[in-house]
Write a protein that binds this ligand. Structure first.
Ligand code: LSW
Ligand code: ZN
Length: 646
C-alpha cells in the first residue's frame, strides 16, 4: 500500500504512540479508498461470475480470491489502528476508522477462515440450486414455477405440497452447516470486540448520542403498528375461512402459512381477489398490461421515473452487464434479485430473474433504487458509499414504487385503462397496499429477532426450529400447516438466512419509506390524502431525495433523515396516516361481523397433520435409484458376457 510511506513517516516524526493528526488521517483514508475500490471491483466481478453461473470452477475462484481480501483487510486494520481515531473530532471519520480497524471474518485463523468461506458458498448454493420434481418428473424452480404456483393456485393440497417440499429441499439440508456457520461468525465478532454478531450487525444503526438505543426504537415502532396488523389479520383470516372452509384452520386463531400467496407468507398481495372488500367495485390490476411488455421495457420505465424527477439515468454499463432475465441455457444461477456496485463509478448491475407482472415491476423499482443510491454517492470515498443506515438503502426504490402503484400513475403510463375512483375502489386499492406493506412488518422484524437470539445464545441447537415457529406464530399469527421437528430448519428456506443478509433493514425501510413519501409529496405540492400522491415529474421532490442520497453514509442517519423530512426521528405516523381510511373501515367491518378481539394464541397449534402425509418431491431420489439400477444391470450383463465367452 502506497500510503504506508505516509504512515511510517508520521510515525517517525511522532516518535511513538498513535497518530493524532486528522489531516494525515484524511490523506491516508483517500489513498485507502482508491486501493480498496480497485480490489473490491475485482472481488465483485468474481462474485458476480459465481452468482450468475454456479460451477465448481467459479466457486474455486471465489475461495482463492477470499485469501487476497483477507490479507488486505488485515493490512488495512493494522494501518487504521495506528491512528488515534477514538479521539477524532469528526464523528463520521471516527466511525469509518473504527470500521476499517475491524478485521471482520479475517480475524479468524486460516483454517476457520477457509471453513467459513466454504460454508457461506455452500449454504447459498444449496438454496440457489434447490428444485422439486413433480410426479411427471418435471423440474420446478423457486423462480418462476414455485413462486407462481404459491401466488395463483387455490388448491390447498398443491400449495401444501410445494410449501413442505421446498423446506425439505433447502432448510433441512443446511441445518448443520448453518449452526457451524453462525458459530464462526459469532467468534469473529467477539474477537473484534463486539458482544456477539448481533451487536456487530446493529452498529449500522448506532449514532453518537449515548441516549439513543436502536432496539428500543424498534420496539416502540412495532408496538405502535401492531394494532393495525391485528385488525388486518382478523379480517383476512375470516375471508380465507369463508373461501377454504373452517376445517383448514387451527382452533388457536392462526392462519396456516401455505394459504397466503407467498412462500414465506411475508406479503399477502397475491390473495387479494379472495379478500377484496368490494368485489363489485373496480380494482387496480396492471399485470395484464405489464405481461405484454419486455423485461427491458420494465426497467426502462423505472429508469424514466427516476429521470422524470431529475435524478440519474443508469449507465451504459448497466444495460451491457446486467442479468435481467433468467438464463435459458440451463446454467445454475442465484435467481434472488439483487443490485451490485462494482466501485468504479460506472459499472452497476442488477441480477434478477424478472417475471412480467406487477409484483416484479415493484421489485424492479426496489433494485433500481439501490442503483440510484450507488450512482449518487459514487464520488465519495469507499467507506461512505453506503446508506445513511441500511434501512435507507432499502427505502429508495420502494418510495418511488408508492407513487408508481397509484391508479392515477398507472393510468398516466398506460398500464391500466381509465379508472374512476369511488369510495369503494379506494378501499380496494388501499387493501392491496396494506397486504404488501402492513402485512410485512412482523415478518420484517422477526427475521433478525431470531438471528440475534441465536447469536446471544438464547436459542440453542436443540430448539432451533421451535424458536423460529414460536416467533412466526406469536408475531405473524400464522402456523405451520404440518408438523415440524428439530430435523427441519425452516428459516433456511428464506434466502437471507443462507445468504447471511441482515433483515431488520427492511422493517426500518417499510416505516421510513412512508416518512420519505410524505416529505417528497409535500415538496411536489401534492394536495389531498397521502395514498393518492404521485411524485412523477417533480423536480422539487427529486432534488430533495437526490441531495440526501449524495450524503451516502458520510453523515449520521438522523442528519440525513432531517435533511429530507425535517425530523431526526423515525416515525410510524406517516404510515398510519396513509392507511387511516382503511383502518377505520376495517375496525367497522370487524365490529359489525363480531370479529373484534378475534386474535390468536401466543403459541403454535399442537394438533397438526403429520408432515409425512405430504408426498415427497425429491428429484435426486429418482436419479440415485437410476444410478444403482444401472450399475446392477451393468454387472449382470458383464457376468452373462463372461459366462457366454467360456
Ligand atoms: C435486496 N433482494 O435487494 C435483496 C437482495 N422476488 O424479498 O430480498 O424478502 C447480497 C446482499 C445479496 C419489493 C420486493 C444483499 C443479496 C420490495 C421485496 C422489501 C424477490 C425480490 C427480492 C439483498 C428483492 C423484502 N427483498 C424480500 C429482497 C442482497 C422486500 C421489497 C421487498 C430483495 C426483501 O434488498 N421491499
Ligand atoms: Zn434491497
Amino acid at each position: 500500500m502506497v500510503s504506508i510511506s505516509i504512515i511510517s513517516l508520521l510515525l517517525l516524526c511522532s516518535a511513538q504512540g498513535l497518530i493524532t493528526d486528522e489531516n494525515a488521517a484524511w490523506e491516508w483514508f483517500y489513498e485507502y479508498s482508491d486501493e480498496a475500490s480497485t480490489l473490491y471491483n475485482r472481488a465483485s466481478k468474481i462474485s458476480w461470475n459465481y452468482s450468475t453461473n454456479i460451477t465448481d470452477y467459479n466457486e474455486q475462484k471465489e475461495l482463492e480470491f477470499s485469501e487476497v481480501t483477507k490479507e488486505f483487510s488485515l493490512k488495512v486494520s493494522a494501518n487504521a489502528s495506528l491512528f488515534d481515531f477514538e479521539n477524532f473530532s469528526n464523528s463520521t471519520l471516527k466511525k469509518a476508522f473504527k470500521y476499517l480497524a475491524d478485521k471482520g471474518v479475517a480475524v479468524l485463523n486460516d483454517d476457520e477462515f477457509k471453513e467459513y468461506n466454504k460454508l457461506a458458498l455452500s449454504l447459498e448454493s444449496t438454496y440457489g440450486k434447490a428444485t422439486l420434481c413433480d410426479k411427471s418428473g418435471k423440474e420446478l424452480f423457486l423462480e418462476p414455477e414455485m413462486t407462481e404456483i404459491l401466488a395463483t393456485s387455490r388448491d390447498p393440497d398443491r400449495l401444501l405440497w410445494i410449501w413442505k417440499n421446498w423446506r425439505d429441499a433447502t432448510g433441512k439440508r443446511m441445518r448443520k452447516d448453518y449452526l457451524r456457520f453462525t458459530e464462526l461468525l459469532n467468534k469473529a465478532s467477539k474477537a473484534n470486540g463486539y458482544e456477539d454478531a448481533g451487536d456487530d450487525w446493529r452498529t449500522g444503526y448506532n449514532v453518537d448520542d449515548p441516549n439513543y438505543n436502536f432496539r428500543d426504537d424498534l420496539e416502540r415502532l412495532y408496538r405502535e403498528l401492531k394494532p393495525f396488523y391485528k385488525e388486518l389479520h382478523t379480517y383476512v383470516k375470516n375471508k380465507l375461512k369463508a373461501f377454504y372452509g373452517e376445517d383448514k384452520f387451527p382452533p388457536t386463531g392462526h392462519i396456516p402459512a401455505h394459504l397466503l400467496g407467498n412462500m414465506w407468507a411475508q406479503t399477502w398481495v397475491n390473495i387479494e381477489e379472495i379478500v377484496m372488500p368490494y368485489a363489485a367495485a373496480q380494482t387496480v390490476n396492471a399485470t395484464p398490461a405489464i405481461s405484454k411488455l419486455t423485461v427491458n421495457r420494465m426497467f426502462e420505465m423505472s429508469d424514466d421515473f427516476f429521470a422524470s424527477l431529475g435524478l440519474n439515468r443508469v449507465t451504459d454499463e448497466f444495460w451491457a452487464n446486467s442479468m435481467l432475465e433468467k438464463p435459458t441455457d440451463g446454467r445454475d444461477v442465484v435467481c434472488h434479485a439483487s443490485a451490485w456496485d462494482f466501485n468504479d463509478g460506472k459499472d452497476f448491475r442488477i441480477k434478477q430473474c424478472t417475471r412480467r407482472n406487477m409484483e416484479d415491476f415493484v421489485t424492479v423499482h426496489h433494485e433500481m433504487g439501490h442503483i440510484q443510491y450507488y450512482m449518487q454517492y459514487a464520488h465519495l470515498p469507499i467507506s461512505f458509499r453506503g446508506g445513511a443506515n441500511p434501512g435507507f438503502h432499502e427505502a429508495v426504490g420502494d418510495v418511488l414504487a408508492l407513487s408508481v402503484a397509484t391508479p392515477e400513475h398507472l393510468k398516466k403510463v398506460d398500464l391500466i385503462d381509465q379508472f374512476s375512483m369511488t369510495n369503494e375502489s379506494q378501499i380496494n386499492f388501499m387493501m392491496s397496499m396494506a397486504l404488501e406493506k402492513i402485512v410485512f412488518l412482523p415478518f420484517g422484524k422477526l427475521m433478525d429477532d431470531y438471528r440475534w437470539a441465536i447469536f446471544d445464545g438464547s436459542i440453542t441447537p436443540d430448539n432451533l426450529n421451535a424458536e423460529w415457529w414460536k416467533r412466526r406464530c406469536t408475531y405473524q399469527g400464522i402456523s405451520p400447516p404440518v408438523t415440524r421437528t428439530e430435523d427441519d430448519f425452516d428459516p433456511g428456506a428464506k434466502y437471507h438466512i443462507p445468504a447471511n443478509v441482515p433483515y431488520v433493514r427492511y422493517f426500518v425501510s417499510f416505516v421510513l419509506q412512508f416518512q420519505f413519501h410524505k416529505a417528497l409529496c409535500r415538496a411536489a405540492n401534492h394536495v389531498g390524502p397521502l395514498y393518492k400522491c404521485d411524485i412523477y415529474q417533480s423536480q422539487e421532490a427529486g432534488k430533495l431525495l437526490g441531495d440526501m442520497l449524495k450524503l451516502g453514509s458520510s453523515q449520521e442517519w438522523p442528519i440525513a433523515l432531517e435533511a429530507i423530512t425535517g425530523s431526526k426521528n423515525i416515525s410510524a405516523d406517516p404510515l398510519v396516516e396513509y392507511f387511516q381510511p382503511l383502518m377505520d373501515w376495517l375496525k367497522e367491518y370487524n365490529k359489525e361481523h363480531g370479529y373484534s378481539g378475534d386474535n390468536w394464541d401466543d403459541s403454535c397449534p399442537t394438533d397438526l397433520p403429520e408432515a409425512s402425509s405430504v408426498e415427497s418431491a425429491e428429484c435426486v431420489v429418482a436419479s440415485a435409484a437410476t444410478h444403482s439400477t444401472c450399475a446392477l444391470l451393468l454387472l449382470l450383463t458383464m457376468l452373462l458376457l463372461v459366462r457366454s465367452f467360456k
